[in-house]
Every structure is written in C-alpha cells, then in structure tokens.
Write a protein that binds this ligand. Structure first.
Ligand code: ZN
Length: 299
C-alpha cells in the first residue's frame, strides 16, 4: 500500500526537486512510499524535439508512463514514474511522423534505469563482476540482475584509441588460450586504459604498431627479448624500462625460493636428528620409512 509523503501544490517547486536526475527537465508532483521503496511521480517540462530532424513540436499525440530505477534514499529503493509524451513531427520532409520525447540527462531511449544508476551498476560490475556485483547492488538497495550488470559493462563508452596520444606505453602478452596461443596487449599508462590488442605475440606486429604511434616516449615491458626487439625496430627513440609488475613478481619469487630451500633443509635436519635421537624410531620402522618420524622429534 502506497503512503503519500508529499504532494505539490502546483505553485512552488519542492526542495526535493533538486534530488531528481536533471531537475531542469523533470518536475516533482508527488512522493509516495510503500514498505520497500519510494516512488516519485514526476512529469516532463520541455519543448520536445524530433530525434530525426531536430524540429521542435508541441503537437501532442498521446502519453504513456515510464518507470525508472533511481538512486536509493536512506537504504530504500527509489522509482521515478514519468509521464512521457508522444508528439507529431510537423516537418514534411522528415520520415518520422510520431516520436517519443527524449530525456537527456535522465535516461536513454528504452532505458529502465536513470543514467546515474546505470553508471553505478557499470562501475560495480567492473570491480565485482556479474553475480557478485548483483549481490552487492541488492545490499545497496539497487536491485538488478547479473545480466544487467554485464550489459552495462559492455555498453561502456569505448575510448577512441587513435585520438589519444600514448607517450607512456605498457606492453605484455595475453592469452587467447593459456600455454597455447598468445596475443599482445598495449596499455596507455597515463590513462590506465587498454589502447589496443594485437592478435599475435611477435616483434614484427609490435614494431608495426609503434611505427603508427611515433609519440611513444617510454615503453614499459617485461625482460624478454621479443618486445625489446619490436621496440628497437618500431620506436628506436623510445626509452625502454622493465615494468614494475614483472620486477615485483620476480622479486617475490626470488625471495620465496630461498625460504623454501631453507624449509626443506630444516626438515631434512629434523629427519636426520629424529633418527639419531631415536624418537619415533619404532613407529618409523613399522611405517617402513623415516619420514613420519620427523614430526615426533623435539621442537
Ligand atoms: Zn522529424
């Protein structure tokens, strides 16, 4: 059951008007609440333009309701109920006769979430993925499906790689199929964005890509010779540096190896001493080996 929270007197706008997406376009009429969510009843105040020819029209054909999911209030979900109009386009040369008014800054055509909620869903999807993102969003009172989370990620605007200079480039391989087939990934280190994926892992293709991007000044790469050769061929002017990821990984591995060797050596000493101290000797003999006796020695 809906409970009326606030209703407009039609004279002065509400202070809650500012909470709406694009408050210059939407006008708040009423706020209702049911046990699970708030419902904002709004109407649109604009002179709609035909999406094809751009001509404004006041010739209303009909109207319909749209329900949009918006940002939650105080831990409760929020729906925006809009009365949206259909209008006739009076431009004789326009192929569109009837159009639905668009809602810039609120939502896209056929959208069921406001743009600001779509952005939240997209960011959560990037960080958490489909189903974990869905569970997190439900806790944040933005109920949605895992399919929608994944769809928002796919709808993300793609950075135009050719239009952005790449002064600092990161290069590494990526797997089409692990241990079998690899390509090359190129990253703009200033923007932390992937700028291109090369289908193979070869010095020639990497060099060809670099020749098309003479602005590259620094190339961060692993310490294999393949990308070094490609960098020398395609961008001899660029400075090549070892990337931090591989340095850290290799450093960690190098630190771990002596620890492992030391651990094995210590275990061998315990086994040896266990034999000389006589602890667990009988059981070891019963087990047919000395290995288990190491755990029965002094600690
Ligand atoms: Zn038109």
């Amino acid at each position: 059951m809906n409970v009326l929270i606030w209703e407009s007197d039609g004279a002065s706008p509400s202070h809650s008007q500012k909470l709406l997406p694009n408050p210059t376009l939407l006008v708040l009429d009423r706020v209702e609440q049911d046990p699970t969510r708030f419902r904002l009843i709004v109407h649109v105040d604009q002179e709609p333009e035909c999406p094809v020819c751009g001509q404004a029209s006041r010739s209303r054909h009909s109207s319909y309701y749209r329900c949009l999911q918006d940002l939650p209030w105080q831990g409760m979900a929020v729906q925006v109920w809009l009365t949206v109009g259909r209008f006739r386009c009076r431009n004789k040369s326009c192929p569109r006769e009837i159009f639905c008014e668009r809602l810039p800054g609120v939502t896209r055509a056929y959208g069921r979430q406001t743009d600001r909620v779509s952005e939240i869903v997209r960011v959560v999807g990037y960080i958490a993925g489909g189903r974990p993102g869905q569970r997190l969003l439900i806790r944040l009172s933005i109920p949605t499906s895992d399919d929608t989370v994944l769809r928002r990620i796919r709808q993300a605007p793609v950075q135009p790689p050719a239009s952005l200079p790449v002064p600092h480039l990161g290069v590494d391989d990526w797997a089409w199929k692990k241990r079998q087939d690899y390509g090359t990934i190129l990253v703009n280190l200033d923007r932390h964005r992937v700028v291109d994926l090369l289908p193979d892992r070869s010095a020639v293709s990497f060099a060809e890509w670099l020749k098309q991007h003479p602005e590259v000044a620094v190339i961060s790469r692993d310490r294999s010779g393949l990308y070094a050769e490609g960098a020398n061929l395609g961008a001899p002017q660029a400075q090549q540096v070892a990337d931090r990821f591989h340095l850290v990984v290799n450093g960690v591995l190098r630190r771990r190896v002596p620890v492992k060797i030391e651990r094995n050596e210590r275990q061998r000493c315990l086994i040896k001493n266990a034999g000389s101290w006589g602890f667990g000797r009988a059981r070891n003999q019963r087990n047919g080996g000395i290995h288990s006796g190491a755990t029965t020695g002094p600690r």
